[in-house]
Design a protein around this ligand. Structure first.
Ligand code: PLP
Length: 383
């Protein structure tokens, strides 16, 4: 049972804060689980991390994948880039429009970040632009399922196959999404998930990398200083460290929360999808408004965010705020950050076209259906 929505609570719009853009989803069972862990022997990485990996892996991976639980989605991405063999100076094609967490780990390893433009309709990576950019120098392609809508994986895999390079999926928004009947997590060699505070599943901070089975042992060493923890338990010094690892492990406290969230993930997803569908139904065919990522039948949206594109976005945002409804852009084009070289005018025409238009609306388990109708009505009344 989801403990944090519906009939049992007053709608958020009656509170001083109004309808907030994001809110953590904490299952009642998560609190019980954490309590239990805190009275036990393992609070750091212990047996619950193993159990969570097994469950998550069997839900979303394939028989060729293993799940590695880590301290954040960013940790998972960093490890995936290392495991994919990306080295200093290597070209990686990655979306210009995403959370900076997708691309910053590429800078950790001094890769050559090559941004691909956005597809304005979905706000996912523009596969036509990927085709133009890809070359013998490309080492990997990174894609992000924006808001929870899977990218055009068929075309991305066609390109990757031609050049014999791996695809790394950033599925921070897309746990539980499917593409042509396949689960996100089972399609590409690497898929990363985030369990940061406002994601579908949260452990405060946490993440997971779905990776090729044969790299699991290496990945475990990289997660823990380069040390083989199983061998170490034999108590003899026979464990040289030959590769530089990190401290990227998940704790049992976090895993206990993640296990609780996994139990009710179906319910969480169907609730979020219900809200998404209300938005979609009410916000299509409105002049001057484009609903992002709706209308697909070959893929299932994970409904993490609801995004619209409008003229005079700031005016709409102000009007929503007057009605105690929070909205924001959330992610920004990454090329505008100095660390990625700074803004390049004209290089990403689709990004240029939508960057002042997109706006994210509240969608989470504390939002009620009536809240969504209210938000749609405020929008429909004009701005
Ligand atoms: C949340 C998020 C991440 C990063 O995950 P953390 O767990 O915060 O490190 C990466 N990519 C995208 C698209 C995200 O939204």
């Amino acid at each position: 049972m989801i403990n944090c929505r519906g009939m049992d609570e007053a709608p958020l719009m009656d509170t001083a804060e109004g309808i907030v853009l994001f809110h953590p989803h904490i299952p009642a069972r998560a609190k019980e689980n954490v309590n239990k862990v805190l009275s036990g022997r393992w609070i750091g990485q212990g047996p619950l991390v193993d159990e969570f990996e097994k469950r998550f892996g069997s839900l979303f991976g394939s028989e060729h994948h293993k799940a590695l639980a880590v301290g954040s989605g960013t940790d998972a991405l960093h490890l995936s880039y290392i495991l994919a063999g990306i080295k200093e100076g290597d070209e990686v094609i990655t979306p210009v429009f995403t959370c900076t967490a997708t691309n910053i780990p590429l800078l950790y390893i001094k890769a050559n970040v090559v941004f691909a433009d956005v597809d304005p309709k979905t706000m996912n990576i523009n596969t036509k632009h990927v085709r133009q950019l890809v070359s013998e120098k490309t080492k990997a392609i990174v894609c992000v399922h924006y808001g929870g809508l899977p990218c055009d994986m068929e075309e991305l895999h066609n390109i990757a196959r031609e050049y014999n390079i791996p695809i790394i999926e950033d599925a921070a928004h897309a746990v539980g999404a499917t593409y042509k009947g396949k689960k996100i997590g089972s399609i590409s060699p690497y898929t990363m998930y985030s369990f940061q505070a406002i994601k579908h599943i949260t452990t405060g901070d946490g993440g997971l990398l779905m990776l090729p089975e044969e790299q699991y042992e290496k990945a475990k060493r990289l997660r823990w200083f380069g040390i083989d923890r199983t061998a170490k338990q034999m108590g003899v010094w026979e464990n040289d460290i030959t590769e530089i690892g990190y401290k990227y492990q998940m704790t049992d406290i976090a895993a206990s929360m993640a296990l609780a969230a996994l139990e009710e993930l179906d319910e969480t997803l169907s609730y979020r999808r219900k809200l998404f569908n209300i938005y979609e139904k009410n916000l299509t065919n409105i002049p001057g408004l484009t609903f992002v990522g709706g209308g697909y039948t070959d893929r299932e949206h994970a409904a993490w965010m609801c995004t619209i594109q409008v003229e005079k976005r700031k005016d709409l945002s102000r009007k929503l705020r007057e009605n105690k409804i929070e909205s924001a852009q959330v992610h920004y084009r990454n090329d505008r950050y100095s660390i990625f070289g700074g803004r390049q005018e004209g290089k990403y025409p689709h990004m240029d076209a939508i960057e002042d238009k997109y706006l994210v609306l509240p969608l989470h388990t504390k939002v009620h259906e009536q809240d969504v109708y209210k938000i749609c009505n405020v929008i429909k009344s004009g701005w």
